[in-house]
Write a protein that binds this ligand. Structure first.
Ligand SMILES: O=P(O)(O)O[C@@H]1[C@@H](OP(=O)(O)O)[C@H](OP(=O)(O)O)[C@H](O)[C@H](OP(=O)(O)O)[C@H]1OP(=O)(O)O
Ligand SMILES: Nc1ncnc2c1ncn2[C@@H]1O[C@H](COP(=O)(O)OP(=O)(O)O)[C@@H](O)[C@H]1O
Ligand SMILES: [Mg+2]
Ligand SMILES: [Mg+2]
Length: 344
């Protein structure tokens, strides 16, 4: 099967990237650069490895950007000085330190502000802006699955599910996202009674059949890049009546294998319409105050225009986003330029 429009778009982007790469190297040789931008980073070792790849550092350096590690155990004001701070360390102490620093140093761009990130550390609040937005236009409709928060007593879950009218199967997700493996332990529940085996605090979300493919919409400021990933297969009525219990499932969507090259049914694989995504992302950036995030979106199987946002992640795995090195570099250059303009 050929997904003509989309595959061409990907090929075109790849071609353009290699040309840009050569241009950027020759620019640095011929022209040099006019400004130096110091980007402090506070990232876990794993994140540093996946994000600060040598190719990215080189491309950024060609544009005058240097990356400097932040020592989280030393006062931030004694380090740098930084133009921009990138961070993803999830302890509350760090968030507080960084928030204090941000308020005292308004000239430093902290990406993103710790207070704004709080909203995506809770799986209920992360989807509130999407629900409030209620995006419907000629390109499609974007909803969130029906869901319920269980704070404490697991024995009450079956009754609460019945009261809320949630339909099986349900996905159970830990309420809080703290970067731990446990916060990504998800379960699929086939019956009501077994739900009391789950461990609150959690959210229960209606499972939406989506043909086993999901879309990761990566956002870096104004830039949007969509990739396909494999996801959970559909659950049919027969399967639902045959099985009971809660089953943990693996982290299918963050597997390195992308579904972009797979031979998929067009109705399942077609990317969400670009104008709809641009509107969604624009609104979410404004409402959440975030520049660095991705959105997990699924299309209800058989409904071309009906989409669900199921997850939003702060500073996701950009290393897996094709072409992130140039896109992120351009983003940092743009931030530095806007800072310089303000200072003029
Ligand atoms: O490690 P990676 O590259 O798989 O990135 C993870 C993301 O994968 P993705 O880019 O969406 O495929 C991942 O996205 P998902 O939640 O799996 O959709 C998270 O953002 C994860 O961060 P955290 O554990 O929630 O703090 C991200 O983990 P960190 O790299 O931030 O530790
Ligand atoms: N409501 C849902 N309907 C169908 N599949 C879902 C739903 N919620 C999650 N999934 C599947 O589970 C995966 C992980 O869920 P997600 O909410 O993205 O958690 P995580 O933060 O661990 O990635 C998704 O990528 C998707 O494959
Ligand atoms: Mg996810
Ligand atoms: Mg997530």
């Amino acid at each position: 099967m050929r997904l003509d429009g989309e595959i061409k778009e990907f090929e075109y982007e790849e071609e353009r990237e290699s040309v840009e790469e050569m241009n950027s190297v020759s620019n640095s040789i011929n022209l040099g650069f006019s400004q130096q931008v110091v980007v402090g980073y506070a990232l876990t070792t794993k994140k540093k490895q996946s994000f600060l790849q040598p190719k990215f550092e080189l491309i950024a350096r060609d544009k005058g950007i240097i990356f400097v590690p932040i020592d989280q155990h030393r006062p931030l004001a004694e380090q740098g000085p930084f133009d921009i701070v990138l961070h993803k360390l999830l302890s509350n102490e760090w968030s507080q330190l960084l928030e204090d620093y941000r308020l005292k140093h308004p000239d430093v761009m902290v990406l993103d502000p710790p207070y704004a990130i709080q909203c995506v550390r809770n799986r209920q609040s992360m989807l509130e802006d999407v629900a409030a937005l209620g995006l419907t236009d000629s390109y499609g409709r974007v909803c969130v699955p029906k869901q319920l928060v269980i704070e404490k007593d697991p024995t009450l879950i079956p009754a609460e599910v019945a009261k809320a009218g949630l339909k099986l199967p349900l996905v159970s997700k830990p309420l809080f996202v703290d970067g731990s493996a446990k916060s990504h332990e998800l379960f699929l529940a086939y019956d009501n009674v077994s739900l009391s085996n789950l461990e609150p605090p959690l959210i229960l979300q209606e499972f939406v059949n989506h043909g086993g493919v999901m879309f990761k919409v990566y956002v870096i400021g104004n830039a949007i890049k969509v990739v396909r990933r494999f996801s959970l297969p559909d659950v049919c009525k027969r399967e639902l009546s045959k099985y009971a219990g809660v089953f943990q499932f693996p982290r299918v969507s963050c597997a390195a294998a992308s579904a972009d090259e797979a031979d998929l049914e067009p109705g399942i694989a077609e990317l969400p319409p670009r104008p709809m995504l641009e509107r969604l992302v624009g609104e979410l950036r404004r409402r959440m105050g975030l520049q660095l995030f991705n959105i997990d979106i699924i299309r209800e199987h058989g409904k071309r225009d009906l989409f669900y946002v199921i997850d939003i992640n702060y500073f996701p795995g950009y290393g897996k986003m094709p072409g992130y090195e140039h896109i992120f570099t351009d983003f940092l250059v743009g931030l530095a330029d806007s800072k310089n303009q303000k200072q003029l």
